[in-house]
Each structure stands twice: as structure tokens, then as C-alpha cells.
Design a protein around this ligand. Structure first.
Ligand SMILES: [Zn+2]
Length: 286
């Protein structure tokens, strides 16, 4: 990646997207990783500090209390979309209508194994994925950047939550984002996640922890039934930027209670409440 592309990416796309590129390709950063959290916007000392995010201490957000989700939009000017946006995520997925195949093509997954690089960014645990894995939605390819967890699930079905949800975050060449969400129910142990779950960094840090010698394969983390809900939404953390293409698999995967607890002992609650659907189309693949 050229430095000019790096600089452009850093300032135009949500921090959580640039973070994964940064982990592999960007030398100068204040934070690695993040999940829509402007505190992780990288600092580029070669650019003038015209970016307001670089000029003051970033506000803190949380999942309860005065800094909780109902107040995110007031915590910072650049987070206003969290309060004022009309196409926010997550949502309740009940009421989806089946879309014609031609309008909602299948997700074409091209996931490859990756080294294991795990970041505790203070809001979630994020596995930074190696370059070279992607999904294709219609004519658009999106590269897999990272995946991370929420407890409990952020998306609900008829108000029902699952213990966890994993978000696979992808970015297209035009910087637009597509997320694949997979709900995680308690059940059979899931060895696909062991290399991550057995190495969760307990402490927040700026640099990911690399698990030497281990690999993961996101292809093995997906449910066998790849029917999915689709809607247009947002990041589920500040700055809550809209224009994110959401795909949430209808079928949960499972993890054992012990596996789930490895995450929830660190992050008991990092789920934004569901947001109004408004007049958005909520589709289910055929
Ligand atoms: Zn997420």
C-alpha cells in the first residue's frame, strides 16, 4: 500500500477498518485496532493536524451509565450520527421478507487461513486477519480485515438474543464496508475459535498479540446454512457511520459455555441496543 493510500484511508474510513490495514501496513499509529472507536484513529505525523480527531483527547464511550449507548451521539460532535442517524445498527431482524435471488445474490466467501493476531482494544477483542481473504456481494469484492465479538448478540430475532455475536468486517476498494454477522448460541464446543479464545489478551493494548505458530480459518467459523438477512446499516460503535452493508446469518453457530465465558469474563456487555428499522428494507436470502 502506498503512503498516499495509507493517508487517505486513515482519514476517510472508520477507524476500525483502517486498523486492520494498519496492523500490517502502516508504520505510524497511535492505536492499532478498534471498532469504530475514533480513539483508535491513527496519528500520522507527516500530515497537518487538520483532522479534529487528532487535536484533542477522544471522548470515552461505554455500554452503561453516562457514556452509554443512549448518549453516544452527545459525547462528541463527530459521533452525532449515533443519535441522529436513521439507518443505524444493530436491529431486530424479525419481519425480513424473502428477496428475489437476482436482487440478493449469495455471499461468495473466499476465506483463507490467517496467522493469529489478537487485539484487546478496550471495547472488544478483535482478531486482525491476514490479507488475502474476501467476500463477493454481487459485483463487489470486500477484503476481510478483522473479526470481533459482542456479548450478548447485537442483532436480535423477535427480541431474542444469543450469548455472543461475531462480526467479520470487510472493506471494498472504494472503502465501503460490509459486515457478516454470525450469532453464537451455547452448545457444542467450536474448535475453529480455540486459537483465538485460548489467547485472549486480558489487558487493553495498542498492539495486537501474535500467537506464534497458530493459524485460524474464518471459513470454518461460518454456519453450514448460509442463508442470511441483509439490510443497510451502520457501525455499532461510535462514530456509528452509516452506509455499512450488513449480512447476518440466519443460523447460529455454537460455542461451549466455557468458550463463551473466555470472552464474557473480559467483556460482559459490549452490545449496543437495537435501533429503529425505520423504512429500510430488511431482506432474507432465498
Ligand atoms: Zn461489531
Amino acid at each position: 500500500m502506498s503512503s498516499s493510500r495509507s493517508a487517505r484511508l486513515r482519514y476517510l474510513v472508520p477507524a476500525f477498518a483502517t486498523a486492520a490495514f494498519a496492523a500490517g501496513a502502516m508504520p505510524a499509529m497511535a492505536h492499532v485496532g478498534g471498532h469504530g472507536d475514533p480513539s483508535t484513529v491513527p496519528v500520522d505525523d507527516t500530515m497537518p493536524t487538520t483532522d479534529p480527531a487528532a487535536e484533542h483527547e477522544e471522548p470515552h464511550f461505554a455500554y452503561e451509565g453516562a457514556s452509554g449507548p443512549e448518549n453516544w451521539g452527545e459525547l462528541a460532535d463527530e459521533w452525532a450520527t449515533c443519535g441522529e442517524g436513521t439507518e443505524q445498527s444493530p436491529i431486530d431482524l424479525a419481519g425480513a421478507v424473502e428477496a428475489p435471488d437476482i436482487e440478493l445474490p449469495d455471499i461468495v466467501f473466499d476465506y483463507r487461513p490467517s496467522a493469529v493476531s489478537i487485539l484487546n482494544n478496550g471495547h472488544t477483542i478483535q482478531a486482525v486477519y491476514d490479507e488475502g481473504s474476501s467476500i463477493t456481494l454481487g459485483d463487489t469484492a470486500y477484503q476481510l480485515l478483522q473479526f470481533h465479538f459482542h456479548a450478548h448478540s447485537e442483532h436480535t430475532i423477535d427480541g431474542e438474543t444469543q450469548p455472543l455475536e461475531v462480526h467479520f468486517v470487510h472493506q471494498a476498494q472504494d472503502d465501503s464496508l460490509a459486515v457478516v454477522g454470525v450469532l453464537i448460541d451455547e452448545g457444542e464446543a467450536n474448535p475453529a475459535f480455540d486459537a483465538v479464545l485460548e489467547n485472549l489478551p486480558a489487558e487493553e493494548s495498542e498492539e495486537p498479540v501474535v500467537v506464534e505458530g497458530a493459524t485460524i480459518d474464518a471459513a470454518t467459523m461460518l454456519p453450514a446454512d448460509q442463508t442470511f438477512f441483509h439490510y443497510d446499516g451502520s457501525l455499532t460503535t461510535p462514530p456509528c457511520s452509516e452506509g455499512v452493508s450488513w449480512q447476518v446469518m440466519t443460523t447460529p453457530i455454537t460455542m461451549s459455555a466455557e468458550q463463551i465465558a473466555r470472552f464474557t469474563v473480559l467483556y460482559e456487555n459490549d452490545a449496543r441496543p437495537t435501533q429503529p428499522v425505520g423504512d429500510r428494507e430488511l431482506e432474507i436470502s432465498g
